[in-house]
Ligand binder design. Structure first.
Ligand code: CA
Ligand code: CA
Ligand code: CA
Length: 410
């Protein structure tokens, strides 16, 4: 439980420091998660599916099979049966993640390769502990499904990308949203800065084209860098993967194949230029600059790319704002080849969630045509929600950092 408290504390601190609480992270968190008080729209029902453990970070639902995987920060992945809630630990790398996991260290995110049905590849972003003479670092590896054992054997690990040493770094703002789009692997990295106001020098790495931090990075599926990347010719080593810059802590992304939209969430805080910071939903664009740490939210300067949607923390929100929150996290399109069990107004929407400002989490439905909030409280009363995924039947699943997986049926 200590791990989950630490991580949510960091998330909240990163996002909610608008309050400048002298109590610190734990004080802001309040020590324990809020009580469940699930509320959904008329005609919908809320259902608890399973509890995977102590510190959920990410889910993946494989389109071809409908198999649901859920990751725990300590370093394991559980396969969960939709109908029964049965759980099977299918990947265990707790011996590779830091034993003294703190902040955002540990297993960050998981992503199935688009051809998972054929190759069984699961991409896993995690912090690898200091071992075999190699200092602690973040990496993306892929593990291969073994049909015989119905697991991803630890021995199947293939390194995709290795990032710089964290030996002298804090444990904040790693980001690590991941998505495949157009046959490429997009990775969304955080600025690795300390959660202080104003952003310290470390946050300014998000603007540097020599740093992989605070960036959108684009790779071939094997982790090599496409020569078509915009900075491939002018940058060195890992920075050649840069596709766009100016991010703070982008933990989740989703791709909409029929439109080519690749949207991601970026948690906000006060930027250098202003006294208010915003939570953002952004659209991926080549060579875009999303502003951090100079700006947060819309800038209305053609040198920067404004978010598609943004909202402030409660203390900074106008009374008529449709959303407020402290840490935008998961986002998922209701589209693609999914069957759609929800009413038509929600088809093609983007669903987004916020961890909550020490209280409950909400889920909002965003209309992707108007880029406006269609239903601000599609669901409310959830707890520390960190990821959203739709299954093949068009039902939304939510993962809580406390480990609960819940879903919303119509
Ligand atoms: Ca996910
Ligand atoms: Ca921005
Ligand atoms: Ca709609």
């Amino acid at each position: 439980m200590q791990l989950s408290l630490m991580t949510v504390a960091v998330l909240l601190a990163c996002l909610a420091l608008a309050e400048q609480s002298a109590e610190g992270h734990a004080g802001h968190l309040g020590g324990t998660p809020p009580a469940w008080d699930p509320q959904v729209l008329s005609g919908f029902t809320f259902d608890q599916v399973a509890d995977i453990g102590s510190a959920g970070t990410d889910m993946e639902i494989v389109p071809s099979s409908g198999r649901l995987f859920a990751a725990d920060q300590s370093g394991y992945v559980v396969s969960v049966g939709h109908a029964t809630g049965d759980k099977l630990r299918v990947l265990d790398i707790t011996s590779l993640t830091p034993g003294d996991t703190n902040g955002e260290r540990g297993l960050h995110s998981i992503l199935a390769h688009p051809n998972f049905a054929e190759n069984g590849w699961l991409y896993v972003a995690y912090t690898r502990r200091t071992m075999d003479g190699v200092a602690i670092h973040n990496r993306i590896s892929r593990f291969t499904w073994d049909a015989g054992s119905q697991t991803f054997p630890k021995s199947s690990e293939v390194l995709v990308r290795k990032y710089p040493s964290l030996a002298d770094e804090g444990a904040n703002h790693y980001g690590f949203g991941m998505a495949f789009a157009g046959g490429k692997l997009f990775v969304f990295t955080g600025d690795h800065s300390e959660p202080a106001i104003p952003p310290p020098d470390s946050a300014q790495r998000a603007q540097s084209l020599d740093s992989q931090y605070g960036k959108i990075l684009r790779y071939n599926p094997d982790g090599s860098i496409p020569t078509t990347n915009p900075y491939y010719q002018t940058r060195k080593v890992g920075a050649r993967a840069i596709w766009a810059r100016g991010l703070r802590n982008p933990t989740h992304a989703d791709f909409q194949p029929e439109t080519g939209r690749l949207w991601f969430t970026d948690t906000g805080n006060k930027p250098l230029s202003d006294s208010v910071g915003y939570e953002e939903v952004d659209g991926t664009a080549k060579t875009a600059n999303y502003g951090w740490p100079w700006y947060s939210g819309p800038v209305e300067d053609s040198a920067f790319k404004d978010p598609l949607l943004w909202y402030a923390h409660p203390a900074d929100s106008p009374p008529d704002s449709s959303l407020s929150g402290c840490a935008v996290t998961g986002g998922a399109f209701y589209s693609g080849s999914l069957a759609k069990s929800y009413p038509e107004r929600f088809h093609n929407d983007f669903f987004v969630t916020d961890v909550g400002c020490g209280d409950n989490s909400w889920i909002a439905a965003v209309d992707t045509d108007t880029k406006s909030v269609e239903v601000p409280l599609f669901a409310d009363g959830l707890v520390w929600t960190v990821d959203l995924e739709f299954d093949r039947h068009g039902r939304l699943y939510a993962l809580s950092h406390t480990g609960q997986i819940s879903r919303i049926l119509y």
